[in-house]
Design a protein around this ligand. Structure first.
Ligand SMILES: [Zn+2]
Length: 267
């Protein structure tokens, strides 16, 4: 913990008037406190903002990486005043943040723990039917590898698209396999799309965004993922609300880093 402060002090902060920190975990941005950082319980409740401010002598603001990325992506989306952008980060987990007029509204959303089915694989939280174990990039890859273990054809396709390293395959590559006609990949991606469409419809019902920005590692999946997602989401939203524009984030893999500068403006 002290290392973070020292590392930041060692970098040239003489000209920095404020420091923004994007944390890959859950934070209480108002108090500048880390709530949860991966499995490392040492960080729970750590007052990162006050510790860094004391070490650096400049104002510090702290946000989650999802919130920072949301600020950066929303700023690039040219939203009209008052428009609401829901940013969804899809990687190992699925989190969300709502941006209105350049600021985060409310707290980071645990979108991955939305219940989207009656049953399903076990979530990291222990419950079943949640979005994360069906539609996170990590889950898409894991499910693909698991289901393909009995199929020579799909196994060969995975080896081919991953350059012989199926265990390092990306979700975007699974989407590409689905587009190429691999039946197992198509079923895995189809289930992820169904679950994500339900989750976005539920999010739309709660927060009525005009724009939904998908970010995180999923961005590489391209139109082969976004078009069918839109097709699935529209009939779930249109009967009760204006259908939000659905787009990829434009700043990956640097969205959170770029967003940290915006977080600093709040210090
Ligand atoms: Zn869960």
């Amino acid at each position: 913990v002290a290392l973070v402060g020292e590392a930041l002090r060692d970098t040239s902060t003489e000209r920095a008037s404020a420091v923004g920190v994007a944390v890959w975990g859950r934070v209480d941005a108002t108090r500048g406190v880390v709530m949860r950082l991966g499995a490392n319980a040492d960080w729970d409740g750590y007052p990162l903002r006050s510790a860094l401010a004391a070490a650096l002598g400049v104002p510090v603001a702290v946000a989650s990486a999802t919130e920072a990325a949301a600020l950066a992506e929303a700023a690039g989306a040219n939203l009209a005043p008052g428009q609401r952008a829901l940013y969804v980060s899809n990687g190992r987990t699925i989190t969300s943040a709502l941006v209105v007029d350049g600021a985060i509204e409310g707290v980071e959303g645990q979108l991955g723990h939305l219940r989207v089915r009656d049953d399903g694989p076990r979530c990291s939280c222990g419950l079943r039917g949640h979005l994360e174990p069906i539609a996170s990039t990590q889950s898409i890859v894991r499910t693909m590898i698991g289901r393909a273990s009995d199929s020579d054809e799909s196994h060969a396709a995975m080896q081919r698209i991953s350059g012989g390293r199926a265990e390092a395959m990306t979700a975007a590559q699974v989407v590409a396999l689905a587009e190429q006609g691999d039946a197992i990949a198509a079923s895995v991606v189809g289930e992820a799309l169904d679950a994500l469409a339900v989750a976005l419809a539920n999010a739309a019902a709660l927060s009525a965004p005009q724009t939904i920005i998908l970010g995180g590692r999923l961005v590489g999946a391209g139109d082969g993922f976004l078009s069918p997602l839109r097709e699935r989401a529209v009939p779930l939203i249109a009967p009760f609300a204006q259908v939000p524009a659905l787009r990829w984030g434009a700043l990956e893999p640097f969205a959170a880093l770029i967003g940290a500068a915006r977080v600093a403006e709040m210090a």
